[in-house]
Design a protein around this ligand. Structure first.
Ligand SMILES: Cc1cc2nc3c(=O)[nH]c(=O)nc-3n(C[C@H](O)[C@H](O)[C@H](O)COP(=O)(O)OP(=O)(O)OC[C@H]3O[C@@H](n4cnc5c(N)ncnc54)[C@H](O)[C@@H]3O)c2cc1C
Length: 362
């Protein structure tokens, strides 16, 4: 019998399982589909909230801590799994100049370099492929990206190397209770027993928690395109009015993303393809000559404020919730998993965890 069962094998469940294992626990991950096959695969992998100054401290605090953890995490996953997650410092150009005052305040407070680039020649040094009509932008040189599909593969490899059990294609249909606490979970095939259960089921977490607690996690669909380019043609991430491009090391360029409240519908649409493509080409015109190799969607685990649940159930002993990371699960993941593991293990937490409880505003 494991010490702890984690329901959901996205980046949040996998990072949690790894952190619990590192704390000495025997852990089993149960995943309905393939590990990392949902939002964690579909995301863009920007290791920063899109406009961090728009977010609450509860999010910035986790984001900042994660940024510190990422280099060692990626190195350790590489050594465990042989997979390079491609953590790249590509920097981010923001064309939304009306955000400058807020961006500058935020950067001072969290000690990040930021500047306004006001000449076309200086912009061309940073990103030669940028549309010639763009003449001013906010430049944040220390924004990283990680190749999230590789991150989940590397996490899987690391878990396997550690002997952590991962059950794929296994849906949890009920959380089992005994007395005032949990006693395990029930899947279609079997019951599995454990004294601790972490719900890390992404956009489906409210369903998994049904009858146990109301948590305000809802699916928010995001569509994304991938252009096939040559390595080095586009270098930096660029963000404009909520839409962005992310150049990968191998020349692929991602363009994202939509925000759609359409329940669990994951269909991709011609309208989104057109809008995302047009917005991406308005940032980097040569994308118009690159074929769109792939178009996909994913369901973000949305909460109103973007603040995730990282907490214990107030009444049911041994039940924990780790969900609702919305647009920022990749960036928040490492810090969030550390906090969850500290709570599960009953240790002192590295930050005040009250903002992430069921009772807090989400
Ligand atoms: C288009 C798009 C772009 C994004 N870009 C970024 C970005 O640039 N940076 C960033 O930080 N974040 C980004 N995100 C958000 C990020 O991807 C998510 O916040 C993160 O992946 C959430 O991880 P998760 O593990 O909670 O959810 P998921 O990856 O969805 O994992 C949850 C898992 O739980 C499983 N599950 C559900 N119910 C059950 C059950 N009953 N039994 C067993 N298993 C179950 C599911 O099958 C799923 O695999 C983006 C998301 C999208 C869609």
């Amino acid at each position: 019998m494991p010490d702890c069962i984690v329901i959901g094998g996205g980046v949040i469940g996998l990072l949690t399982a790894r952190a619990l294992w590192q704390a000495g626990m025997d852990v089993t991950v149960i995943e309905r589909g393939c590990l990392g096959g949902e939002s964690s695969w579909a995301g863009g992998g920007i290791v920063s909230p899109l406009y961090p100054w728009r977010y609450n401290d509860a999010i910035n605090l986790l984001a900042e801590h994660s940024k510190q953890l990422y280099p060692d995490l990626v190195a350790s996953l590489h050594s465990d799994s042989g997979i390079d997650c491609e953590l790249l410092n590509s920097g981010m150009l923001y064309t939304d100049m009306d955000e400058w005052a807020a961006a500058e305040d935020w950067a001072k407070r969290w000690r990040h370099p930021v500047e306004v680039i006001e000449s076309r020649s200086a912009l061309e040094v940073i990103e030669p492929a940028l549309h010639p009509d763009i003449r001013r932008a906010i430049w944040m040189p220390d924004v990283y990206q990680v190749r999230n599909p590789r991150l989940v593969q590397a996490l899987h490899g690391s878990l396997l190397a550690s002997g952590i059990h991962c059950l794929e294609h296994t849906e949890v249909i009920e959380i089992l209770r005994s007395g005032g606490g949990v006693s395990g979970v029930c899947t279609a095939r079997q019951s599995l027993h454990a004294k601790k259960v972490v719900v890390a089921s992404g956009a489906w977490s409210a369903n998994v928690m049904r009858g146990l607690a109301n948590i305000a996690v809802q699916p928010v669909k995001g569509q994304m395109l991938m252009f096939k380019g040559e390595p080095g043609r586009v270098r930096t991430m660029v963000l404009s009015r909520g839409h962005y491009i992310i150049p990968r090391r191998d020349g692929h360029v991602l363009a994202g993303s939509t925000l759609e409240n359409v329940g669990f519908d994951k269909q991709i649409t011609a309208g989104a393809r057109q809008t995302l493509s047009a917005d991406a080409c308005a940032l980097v015109p040569e994308l118009a000559d690159m074929p769109i190799e792939r178009h996909w969607s994913g369901l973000r685990p949305g909460t109103e404020s973007g603040i995730p649940y990282i907490c214990t159930h107030p009444e049911i002993e041994g039940l924990y919730i780790h969900a609702g990371h919305y647009r920022n699960g990749i960036v928040l993941g490492p810090a969030s998993a550390q906090l969850m593991a500290e709570i599960v293990c009953g240790e002192n937490t590295f930050c005040d965890a009250s903002a992430y409880t069921i009772a807090a505003d989400h």
